[in-house]
Design a binder for this molecule. Structure first.
Ligand code: NAD
Ligand code: UDP
Length: 320
């Protein structure tokens, strides 16, 4: 089992849940984060934990860690469309220099390296559901390109590092994941809908809401990441829910779970917004014995319970 783990982006939504999970199984965790899109509040509860250390660092700068390291998990990057559009150069830089620095750290420490890649490498897919063999359909100069291409480059870099230095690397393609600790203002559909419904505001559905996503609860995702860490699989491996739904159905379900009485309002669909998205998880099932277990209604209920009393002042352009 991995004893000492560097979690880059550990103060973010997924990274903080990963820190929790690794500490719970007895690992020592070194969380590296510059709080670009993460929050101290996500890890405050860990500060007194003897196995937890926070390094406030920008991973686009070369990084060293004293002592042995068994694994380096690269979860550092703006991840929501609102965040990465506001931070295009930072997103490209963390995908490129950040990934290079963390790969170098893993190589020097002889540690396993995991890259949090994304379903966005498939772009607006022409193959559905998406298997790992699909190369994707990405606009390299479009409004999502800073994120999609940063991750595609990070995958190429990870692959080249393995081929050149023999680093034990694993690429995970994460599909839409939701849960407690998402920011109400990060612009992603689920936290936006929950915040709107809890505030008694109309829920903003883009286009006619017929585009689809597959929603995975954070605990399921973290389980998949840990299994990938414990394996020596290079990937890429898709991790996500194969339960596809339309965005309008997701909005209706959120409103229902919130027990709110709010209307749905239709807003323009962003350029290059993928029309469908659903993972083929055959590889994760067969190689990792993994599949999501939390039903979407149950996962949303847990998420809504966390958001109660925490919704902040509106900031996202999606919030009316
Ligand atoms: P998040 O924004 O909550 O977390 C990202 C963290 O990285 C933040 O704490 C941020 O401060 C930190 N960070 C960003 N740039 C950094 C830098 N230069 N140096 C140090 N720290 C930096 O996002 P998230 O949803 O938790 O996503 C985490 C990772 O998972 C990202 O790499 C994202 O691309 C990937 N991912 C997430 C999803 C999802 O549905 N949440 C889907 C696909 C991929
Ligand atoms: N979306 C929406 N209303 C919102 C925010 C997002 O209808 O307030 C739509 C968005 O256009 C996309 C889907 O919900 O079709 C998922 O968006 P999200 O930003 O959560 O994830 P991603 O587009 O990265 O999959």
């Amino acid at each position: 089992m991995t004893r000492r783990v560097v979690v880059a982006g550990g103060a973010g939504f997924l990274g903080s849940h990963l820190c929790d999970r690794l500490l719970a199984r007895g690992a020592e965790v070194i969380c590296v984060d510059n709080f670009l899109t993460g929050r101290p509040g996500n890890i405050d509860h860990l500060r007194r934990h003897g196995g937890f250390r926070l390094l406030r660092r920008d991973v686009t700068e070369p990084i060293d860690v004293t002592g042995p390291v068994d694994a380096v998990l690269n979860f550092a990057s703006p991840a929501s469309p609102v965040d990465y559009r506001a931070l295009p150069l930072e997103t490209l830089s963390v995908g490129a220099s950040g990934t290079a620095n963390l790969l170098d750290l893993a190589y020097r420490k002889n540690a396993r390296f995991l890259l949090a890649s994304t379903s966005e490498v498939y772009g607006d897919p022409r193959v559905h559901p998406q298997p790992e063999e699909y190369w994707g359909h990405v606009n390299p100069i479009g409004p999502r390109s800073m994120y999609d291409e940063a991750k595609r480059f990070a995958e190429a870099l990870t692959t080249a590092h393995r081929a050149t230095h023999g680093t034990s690397t694993g690429i995970i393609r994460i599909f839409n994941t939701y849960g407690p600790r998402m920011r109400a203002d990060d612009g992603r559909a689920i936290p936006t809908f929950i915040a709107q419904a809890l505030r008694g505001q109309a829920v903003t559905v883009a286009g006619e809401g017929r585009q689809t996503r597959s929603l995975c609860y954070v605990d399921d995702l973290v389980e998949g990441v840990v299994r990938m860490l414990d394996s020596d699989l290079p990937g890429p491996v898709n991790l996500g829910s194969p339960q596809e739904m339309t965005i309008i159905d997701a909005a209706r379900l959120v409103v229902e779970v919130c027990g709110a009485d709010v209307p749905i309002t239709f807003v323009p669909r962003p350029q290059d917004d993928p029309t469908v998205r659903c993972p083929d998880i055959t590889l994760a099932r067969e190689a990792l014995g993994w599949r999501p277990l939390v039903d979407v209604r149950d996962g949303l209920a847990r998420t809504v319970a966390w958001f109660h009393g925490r919704v902040e002042r509106p900031r996202s352009p999606w919030l009316v």
